[in-house]
Design a protein around this ligand. Sequence first.
Ligand SMILES: Cc1ncc(COP(=O)(O)O)c(C=O)c1O
Length: 375
Amino acid sequence: MSLFNVYPLFDIAPVKAVDVFVYDEKGIEYLDLYGGHAVISIGHSHPKYVKNISNQVSELGFYSNSIQNPLQEKLAAQLVQQSTCKDYQLFLCNSGAEANENALKLASFHTGKKKVISFTNSFHGRTSAAVAATDNPKIVAPINTQQEVEFFDLGNLNSVEIALQKGDVCAVIIECIQGVGGLDEGTTDFYKGLDKLCKQYNVLLIADEVQSGFGRTGDFFAFQNHEITPDIISIAKGMGNGFPIGGILIQPTIKASFGLLGTTFGGNHLACVASLTVLEVLKEENLLENASTISKYFIEKASTITQIKKIKGRGLMLGMEFDFPVAALRKELIFKHHIFTGSAKNPNLLRILPPLTIKKQHVDQFFEALKMELS
Ligand SMILES: Cc1ncc(COP(=O)(O)O)c(C=O)c1O
């Protein structure tokens, strides 16, 4: 059987990975500045992660959500402690799209309304409502167009208010720093204004922290830099360091009832242990602080390179905008210098999403290669 050919692949097959390095079957070492698309938070094959997951699978890998699973309670408690987001409730699922799908569904249940407001260049996943709220018509199938979504430019509070005044909106969904869209971020005034408007018109504000959450920006959540209080926060990617897990943090004003949401695999024992280990290592190894320190170092180095027109993003969610498309440069970085980087919707943007364990010497290695390619 052939594979359904939806991914344009680089011809590399990793067989092993340790911390910030990935190794192919020939033993070639690649520096991973892509983190498997912002997924690897505590580094590949972290010893504690390997040990905890191995121990858990030898005891109990999975049972359904029809029994008690104290690991879910433990994860909720740790999340409160480390994110400082108090008073939320936790629902666990398996991916970023699923987190946003549940967030949007919950907003619709809660308000009894169905229109969603989203933003230009947003990406929220590929499922029904999540993909409809994504600004990419190429991945929206006719079946998804039944969802009512209006898109506005980041910063355009006025248009958002006019739309909310009509009284048919259930949710405003936003990435505080856009990922795939190209690392744009609104101003604090904009996010605060959005928060205020949502409260004024009884519309739920959903912060999509799937990519920017779990310490990637140096804050636990990217929205915390703007002092807002989202009604729902969606999480995934770095949450499990590669083990599939997602979730939503839900304000207490939104009431649960049996059967309102549900999933077979969500919050299973292995997934909880993976995420608990991520939280433990983030704390023990001060990885949020490391994200900020290395980010500063990276930006300093990038700002000395004249071909880089703009440096975007925060923490270890960074983008460098050139005045030429970067596809060829990315290829050279991979095949000649053995360094993985990321791309974005903007063809001129090179994205950097490394494990949060990255050190200055790895940044130096990248800039040596980059300078060689640009000279
Ligand atoms: C901001 C954001 N939301 C949602 C998603 C979808 O996550 P997943 O691919 O786990 O469904 C992504 C994935 O890139 C993302 O970057």
